[in-house]
Design a protein around this ligand. Sequence first.
Ligand SMILES: [Zn+2]
Length: 309
Amino acid sequence: MITESRQILKKCFLCNKDNLLNKYFYQDQKINGTIIKSEYFNTKNSIYTCEECKISFCDDVSSDNLEKFYNTTSIIKPENLINRFKEFNSRFFSQVLYYINHCSLKENLKVLELGPNKLGILPSLKIFQNKIIYYYFDQIKINHKFDNVIKLGDFWIPKKTKLPEVDLIWMSHSLEHIHPNDLKDVLESFHSCLSDDGKIFIEIPYDIKNQDFIVPHTLFFEIEGLVNLFKKFKFKIISISEINNSKKKKDTNLRNISKNKKRKSIISQIYLKIQKFLPEKIVKKYAFKNFVLNGPNTTLPIIRMIVEK
Ligand SMILES: [Zn+2]
């Protein structure tokens, strides 16, 4: 493994200082034995580190190629499975518990989520506040049977696509995907679309802690860098936590994702098959026991943060 860090003649996109280091490198990713390859964004791309900003980033992939990467790799599968306890999805459920531990959810809350995929935060938020107006951007159309679910578009282009006024912006594993050149526009747009005291919830994988550098992540933060970034854009930090900070290790040059990672107990598998025929009461009771995992559904370190306008 290469551990030597080299000084690079290049300016930081945030502070403009030209003392960048080349100390982290993208790793190959294997999914079920096959190394993922893309001509648009791959392990040949460089990661630059600014020791001033405590941020590492990749901006040598163009925005065009990044978009092509997402267009060629995103596979949209139709959702046939009836999931009657989707609101207890352990990632989203634990995020909402974290949020309500620090902030309340008022009536008629206007929420914007970036990239919810087919589930997103809405079902879990609805447990605690039924009156929500929910906006989102995603290539996928969400099928939740709730009122006031508004798709704003496939992609959000900051400063070009105007955002509605909202009270809360939800970013679960999306901040690390923003192109460095767009970060300033993204944070300024957020600041201007949030109502007074509006909040942003952020969850990102703690890639630096985990020494996990994978395509297509374009931003890698240290806690200090994340705090300074949001302060720089006039946000107040309500809370920041590092979760799952247990030491683990694996081959740092290769990231292996196997089917075993999401191993479910046999009872869970049987339950998933028969739950649609069962009365609601039983479903909910067993949902808690078998499906609400203890924690955020990952053993990797993550950072959670709430900021306020
Ligand atoms: Zn910098």
